[in-house]
Write a protein that binds this ligand. Structure first.
Ligand code: GLA
Length: 386
């Protein structure tokens, strides 16, 4: 990538490279904004960025993923969101937010990025880019922010600059990822416990529906609003801050206040998913792969029926994965298309992937993609980008 960097941006002596991973979530879906436990891992698909510092107030951004787009040039005084800047809004958003929070930044940089994460697929390509730029800014301007603070900054950009009311899971996983570990994350306290999420003889397989829905963000925000309304009603009879504080029994005892069936379903998902995630942790500790697989399947069902974020593409992939021998499978990330994961015996993999692929093509007339990822460290400086 160095050659390409130099062809876009001349005159830099000190060129630095940084790598920001994507993430996959194993279980605990759509509860990181309900104070729940989630279980994501940073993965070895991500976004690499090369940077050269400028002396003036300009930023120039190029992405090799959108090669037909011109260099986007903006000054420090011109970082407001603008539809036409597309992907670069994530980079601008980080810088805009830092300025807004009073950090002293008086010069810009040239940035070339390239990612191998499929975009809008539930593997957090946007959080990966946000954390890349946040980490770069922290390093170049010596802002002394902690990794958790960088994650919170990224979430704030999504929430307030991009208008996507996401939780903290993606940004925190990308900031704090650890090689060979998934992160058991308490989203109420932001406490994170790196945990080996492997069953000997089994592999995690990521399966991409290659279906991207345009309305994911608005549907996502809608789910948040619906469950927030449920929370407000429950609060009238029980003193809680988040839905995930409730056990299933406590929820049953107060669910009569949820007179709207949609709100009832949304809240039931939050509470039951929290219970499943805690149980999944126990299954992992006990090495009980069958139990973990069952919980994955139950999670998918709840996301399909109660939270209604799956859709025919994801349902078809998950069903086929189970038919062809996965011990469990479920949607990962926001849903409405994008990716699912399956836990599969290693010895089955050679047959599993072609069989699921053939099923899915037959049913949906679209080719899926499969990724056998490794769990990796979080965002970091690297020697160079390839
Ligand atoms: C998106 C959001 C996360 C989380 C997941 C669903 O990835 O960015 O905060 O809510 O969806 O679990």
């Amino acid at each position: 990538m160095l050659k390409t960097f130099k062809s876009y941006f001349q005159g830099h002596e000190d060129i630095r490279s940084y790598l920001s991973p994507g993430r996959v979530n194993l279980i605990g879906e759509h509860i990181d904004y309900h104070g729940g436990y989630v279980f994501p891992a940073a993965i070895d698909l991500g976004t690499c960025g090369m940077v050269g510092v400028r002396k003036d107030r300009l930023f120039r951004f190029v992405s090799l993923n959108f090669e037909d787009e011109p260099v986007i040039t903006r000054s420090l005084d011109d970082l407001a969101f603008s539809e036409e800047d597309g992907w670069a809004n994530y980079a601008k958003g980080i810088l805009w937010m830092l300025l807004n929070e009073g950090f002293q930044i008086d010069h810009g940089f040239d940035l070339l990025v390239h990612g191998d994460l499929p975009t809008a697929s539930g593997l957090s390509s946007s959080a990966s880019l946000e954390l890349l730029v946040a980490f770069i800014a922290n390093d170049l301007y010596d802002l002394k922010m902690s990794r958790s603070e960088l994650a919170l900054l990224g979430q704030k950009v999504e929430n307030e600059y991009m208008g996507m009311h996401c939780g903290i899971m993606d940004q925190l996983a990308i900031a704090l990822g650890e090689k060979d570990r998934a992160l058991l994350m308490n989203t109420a306290t932001l406490e994170v416990k790196p945990t080996k999420a492997v069953f000997p003889g089994y592999r995690w397989v990521i399966m991409n529906t290659n279906y991207q829905r345009k309305t994911t963000d608005s549907k996502y925000n809608e789910r948040r609003d619906e469950s927030h309304r449920a929370l407000l009603k429950i609060k009238e009879v029980k003193d809680i801050e988040h839905l995930c504080e409730l056990t299933m029994e406590e929820f049953e005892a107060v669910s009569h206040v949820l007179d709207n069936p949609i709100e009832l379903k949304r809240a039931r998902h939050a509470v039951s998913e929290q219970a499943r995630t805690l149980e999944a942790r126990r299954a992992l500790e006990a090495g009980d792969v069958e139990a973990f697989g069952r919980l994955l399947n139950e999670s998918h069902l709840s996301l399909k029926e109660d939270y209604e974020v799956t859709g025919k593409h994801l349902d078809a992939l998950v069903k086929s994965a189970i038919t062809h021998g996965a011990v469990g499978a479920r949607v990962t990330g926001a849903g409405f298309g994008g990716c699912a994961i399956a836990l599969v015996e290693k010895s089955l993999l050679d047959r599993f992937i072609p069989a699921v692929e053939a099923d899915y093509i037959k049913k949906i007339q679209l080719e899926p993609s499969f990724y056998l990822v490794k769990f990796t460290d979080g965002v970091r400086r690297v020697e160079s980008c390839e």
